[in-house]
Design a protein around this ligand. Structure first.
Ligand SMILES: Nc1ncnc2c1ncn2[C@@H]1O[C@H](COP(=O)(O)OP(=O)(O)OP(=O)(O)O)[C@@H](O)[C@H]1O
Ligand SMILES: [Mg+2]
Length: 330
């Protein structure tokens, strides 16, 4: 399946220059203990890359612990990370080992690190600086040896500029920086990914392999994939189940995927009249193009939900519908 030019490290598949670059950095950094910050849109493979780093390192036989910072309340996250002494708070009926201790000598992943509260950022910084921490309610310092990987789909530097993320912690985490490219910027990887995902679906569902028609492949290459590889996996799973024969066709994909592509084609058809010389007309056209592009992108993000899109664009739903009609985007 993999061509001589393609790469496949710990399930990370691709043949684009961008993914090869990621893999080459990954191989170089894996054996070291330096902290890594992985940025990338949702579904671009941040967790997959974090796993590849861990399993390519001398820590591979120790624990790989991943904690989603946005999934816990502040106090719960603190007791999960540091553990607690018996009776340190209501409900702490027994002594609990924290995840830091469990991950000792292994790799620790802070997923969605941009969502970590200011209070916890201070505590984490202390652990990174001193390599020791106290259990909640505890007095004896516990020392741990961890390799830290942080992942986020936000721009952490922007959060630093906005004062929402500590600069000192940012520099501690950002020793090595990896940005994962969105799928739409590495469409060369699409055929390999499609083959890989279909093979897995066929195995999992105990069914023969299916082909993808040329039209279906074109549809996939024209779509912007805001949810990246995860969205591709979901769409292919849907198509695999809905296609009765052994060929996946465009009509087996979600309607929103087909509609978004149709809108993009319509947008491309909208051209500025060549014979207009008035500045006013030019301004109107430029504004219209800008608005259409923005509406298009926001609707993609909200998966076609107009109420959410209008909210995001700070206009009323009626105003959004009026603009969609005006620009023939419905
Ligand atoms: N290059 C790739 N090759 C093969 N599979 C991939 C690749 N990138 C991502 N995937 C697959 O896509 C799915 C999403 O990947 P992953 O969970 O690592 O993304 P993520 O960036 O952590 O997403 P989120 O921001 O939503 O947490 C997984 O099933 C993963 O196996
Ligand atoms: Mg993830």
């Amino acid at each position: 399946m993999a061509t001589t030019d393609s790469v496949q490290i710990h399930g990370l598949i691709g043949e684009s220059t961008k993914i090869k670059e990621v893999c080459s950095i990954l191989k170089k950094i894996a054996p070291y203990d330096a902290s890594v910050l992985i940025e990338g849109e949702s579904g671009t493979g941040k967790e997959l890359v974090a796993r590849a780093i861990h399993f390519g390192s001398p820590r591979k036989d120790k624990e790989f612990v991943i904690v989603n910072c946005s999934a816990f309340s502040d106090s719960l996250l603190e007791s999960e990370l540091f553990g607690h002494r018996r009776g340190s708070f209501t409900g702490a009926i027994a002594e609990k080992k924290g995840l830091f201790e469990i991950a000792d000598q292994g790799t620790f992943i802070f997923d969605e690190v941009g969502d970590m509260s200011a209070a916890l950022q201070v505590k984490l910084l202390r652990v990174l600086q001193e390599g020791v921490f106290l259990k909640v309610g505890g007095t004896t310092p516990i020392s741990v040896d961890l390799r830290i990987i942080a992942a986020t789909n936000q721009d952490l530097k922007v959060l630093v500029l906005k004062g929402k993320f500590r600069e000192d912690l940012f520099y501690r985490l950002n020793v090595i920086h990896l940005t994962l490219p969105p799928l739409r910027d590495r469409l060369e990887d699409m055929p390999l990914l499609v083959i890989h995902i279909i093979k897995r679906l066929a195995e999992r569902n105990k069914q023969p392999l299916k082909k993808v028609s040329k039209d279906a492949l074109r549809l996939m290459q024209e779509y912007r994939w805001p949810g990246n590889v995860r969205e591709l996996e979901n769409e292919l799973e849907r198509a695999f189940i809905l296609s009765e024969g052994n060929v996946i066709e465009p009509n087996h994909f979600s309607p929103h995927l087909r509609e978004t592509n149709q809108r993009t084609r319509l947008n491309k058809k909208f051209k500025a009249p060549a014979n207009t010389s008035s500045l006013k007309d030019h301004k109107r056209i430029v504004v219209a193009e800008f608005e259409k592009d923005l509406i298009h992108r926001v609707l993609e993000q909200t998966e076609g939900n107009r109420t959410k899109a209008a909210k995001e664009l700070c206009i009323s739903r009626q105003e959004l519908i009026r603009k969609l009609k005006l620009y023939q985007m419905t």
